[in-house]
Design a protein around this ligand. Structure first.
Ligand code: AHR
Length: 516
């Protein structure tokens, strides 16, 4: 859980910072003539752990709730998630996964055992949201399924039974038990995580030991005929390339993917991470810098993987990432509930750009976490729900799901604060099946607009349209009372002349352009 830490702490400025002033300029080349790999929809994946109100109250309220629901799932949350085409949902953890015994969560709800959720506040876990509820929820949203199995405290046999229970079309006792519990057809299990953070909450293992266990457990991941399950190794903590190297050296042949966890905390200190909303330009900069470190992390872990898998058969799944702040004052600290501001929208866009640029190796990325936990898509309060600024970044980036990556070169000004400097403009591009080219542009400078001149190599577009996400302040939020402070608007600042596009990006903004 090491942070993608901030490096320099300069004096804090008021959150409003300086007013936007004169425009700077940047030059971009989009190589439409050099199409790369497909950017899998899973790059916009989500993570829903049994933690705080991530599931209970956030997704699941039960059929008898006065909150409008579909078979127990909140209608408002379902509609919001359907609208951003959530491609995959990872469940049940996280740290929760390695103490979770799946049999606790099947059968009549009233008879399920109540356990203690020791990782997250020691609260009672009613097990009302178990395998059937998760699988049906994924179907309702239209998302692929990704289950993390218990390696830290469970057996390979228990894991194997769970897979058979979910996926078998036979009349085995486990498949019949699933039918007796209300589900006739087998579900599709797309991804199976062999443990979670085996180096930490998943068992405090050394990589050599985990690699041996991985080989053993992976042996018992039986895929149903014609429906292969992607086997995912529990991967490294941020900079720990030795973990990736050791697991790949010893078990690459047993897996299809390996994960990576990398969180950003503004203050490089787990006991004082920084506030989600009460921050100045120093923490704006440190969070931007922390997010940009994802580029180097992916490069370093990919290089370790290349040693054993030069053909890039094994995927790198960044299946936990995001901004992690101090919990919102007045809430249970173990529930990891935090507000979400324009800063989160901007850093989400930076990370998505990085994942897209590495689509040859990065096959999935799951922001932590989908509802009410860490850098969430939506927050709920009883019957109310609000879409966060991060949600709107995902909304803008939907167009990249399944598109072909296009290389982008950027030359432009730096955004500097104190002793730190980062490129002000960050970009990624793709082309969809219909030939539409999409260009995502992020201006991280909170004080200056940047005018971008983009050469579209291999494309003479006839028209350009776009969407803009920005807000008055670096810490602007969407609250339950004011839900539309940080929302996309039509972008009218772009023009086209032949193969040259010009766009003026407002300070602290995300712009996604469509070129037809
Ligand atoms: O997302 C919160 C926690 O962070 C997860 O449970 C764990 O895997 C990680 O350390």
């Amino acid at each position: 859980m090491t942070a993608l830490a901030a490096l320099t702490m300069a004096a804090a400025l008021p959150a409003a910072a300086a007013p936007a002033s004169a425009s700077e300029t940047a030059q971009i080349t989009v190589h439409v003539d050099q199409p790369g790999p497909v950017m899998r929809p899973e790059l916009q994946g989500q993570f829903a752990e049994e933690l705080g109100h991530g599931v209970y109250g956030g997704i699941w309220v039960g059929e008898d709730s006065p909150i409008p629901n579909i078979r127990g799932y909140r209608k408002d949350v379902v509609a919001a998630l359907q609208a951003i085409k959530v491609p995959v949902i990872r469940w049940p953890g996280g740290c929760f996964a390695d103490g979770y015994h799946w049999r606790d969560g099947v059968g009549p709800r009233a008879q399920r055992p109540v356990r203690l959720n020791m990782n997250w506040g020691g609260v009672e876990e009613p097990n009302s949201f178990g395998t059937h509820e998760y699988m049906d929820f994924a179907e309702l949203i239209g998302a692929k399924t990704y289950i993390s199995a218990d390696v830290g405290s469970g057996t390979a046999g228990e894991m194997s039974d769970w897979i058979e229970y979910m996926t078998s079309d036979s009349h085995s006792t486990l498949a019949q038990q699933r039918r007796a519990n209300g589900r006739d057809k087998p579900w599709r299990l797309d991804y199976l995580g062999v443990g979670n953070e085996a180096w930490g909450c998943g068992g405090n293992m050394r990589p050599e030991y985990y690699a041996n266990l991985l080989r053993q457990y992976a042996t018992f991941v039986w895929s149903p005929p014609g429906r292969p399950i992607v086997k995912v190794a529990s991967g490294a903590n941020s900079e720990d390339v030795h973990w990736t190297d050791t697991v790949m050296a010893n078990a690459a042949g047993s897996i299809d993917a390996i994960s990576l966890h990398a969180y950003t905390i503004p203050r490089s200190d787990w006991s004082h991470k920084g506030s989600a909303t009460d921050f100045g330009e120093d923490q704006w900069m440190s969070t931007i810098k922390g997010s940009l470190r994802m580029e180097g992390l992916i490069a370093a872990h990919s290089a370790a993987m290349d040693k054993y898998d030069p053909a890039k058969r094994v995927g790198l799944l960044v299946d936990e990432w995001g901004n992690w702040y101090d919990a919102e004052p007045g809430t249970n600290g173990a529930f990891l509930y935090q507000q979400n501001s324009l800063r989160d929208a901007i850093t989400a866009a930076l990370n998505l750009n990085i994942f897209q640029a590495h689509a040859d190796r990065v096959r999935m990325a799951n922001i932590a976490q989908m509802v009410n936990v860490l850098q969430a898509m939506v927050l709920t309060d009883g019957p109310r729900m609000v879409r966060t600024p991060t949600y709107w970044t995902y909304d803008l980036y939907q167009v990249f799901q399944g598109a072909t990556a296009l290389p982008v070169e950027v030359a432009g000004p730096d955004y500097a604060f104190g002793a730190d400097a980062v490129p002000a403009v960050h970009a990624s591009a793709g082309r969809d099946g219909a030939g539409v080219v999409y260009l995502a542009l992020v201006n991280v400078d909170p004080n200056h607009a940047v005018t971008v001149t983009a050469r579209l190599a291999g494309l003479t577009a006839k028209g350009v349209s776009g969407q803009l996400l920005t807000a008055p302040m670096i810490n602007s939020v969407n609250s339950f009372d004011h839900p539309d402070v940080v929302v996309p608007t039509a972008f009218t600042g772009a023009s086209l002349v032949g193969q040259v596009l010009t766009a003026t990006l407002p300070a602290k903004s995300v712009v996604v352009l469509s070129l037809r």
